[in-house]
Design a protein around this ligand. Sequence first.
Ligand code: IPE
Ligand code: IPE
Ligand code: MG
Length: 248
Amino acid sequence: MPTNIASVDDKLKIPEHIAIIMDGNGRWAQAQGKGRVAGHKAGVNSVRAVVKGARKAGVKALTLFAFSSENWQRPEQEVSVLMDLFMYVLTKEVKRLHKNNICFKVIGDLSRFSDKLQKSIRKSEQLTADNTELVLSVAANYGGRWDITNAAKQLATQVQDNEISLDDITENSLNEHTCLAKLPPLDLLIRTGGDYRISNFLLWQAAYAEFYFTEVLWPDFDEKAFEKAIEVFDQRERRFGKTGEQVK
Ligand code: IPE
Ligand code: IPE
Ligand code: MG
């Protein structure tokens, strides 16, 4: 069912697919004299804000980096809180997402998560599978290198089983086996928290994405901050290898 929320600014060029590296939770908490975990909890509000902002703007796909394949190296207690928080969000928030016609997906190597968490993820994905307003993908135990390796493995298996030939391995066929292949190409990659790196996020998908870095720490990133990123995107000239004159 289409929802009637006013669009951000009718004249703006809206990215179809936005991804966010939600960074800075720990520093936000420390700045307030709290433990890092408080920052992760506060970060959930920012997730709600950007989902709302994305719907308002008419974005088709929003992909959020919640836990990287490298984040297992953090102190055990922090990892365990992040898992609990993930479980909590799945049980509490997914119903609301469903009500808002949002399709929820998790990307990443889920095999390392507890059975309970995996089951809850599958259930949430099934519940929201047919929703059409926005595709919200949460990257958990995700790594860009893993994504590409995984796609290569799937193609290699098909060659081994004589289902395809070596020549069938193309950029397009490899792309089809990466996460997010069914979504529009990534237009805008946002990173909060003041660092200027990709931290093994969407390496393949970011080939022609616009990058937007902000000092704002994730728990402080609100709807206004999200709208600002869209406004900056609107000002960018995307040339895809062509000259400025060609794309004018
Ligand atoms: C991002 O915030 C959340 C996760 C990586 C899970 P951080 O926890 O990395 O916060 P900082 O970068 O230490 O401030
Ligand atoms: C990237 O943040 C991962 C997520 C936001 C989930 P990190 O805090 O793990 O990145 P680095 O370690 O600073 O590169
Ligand atoms: Mg960080």
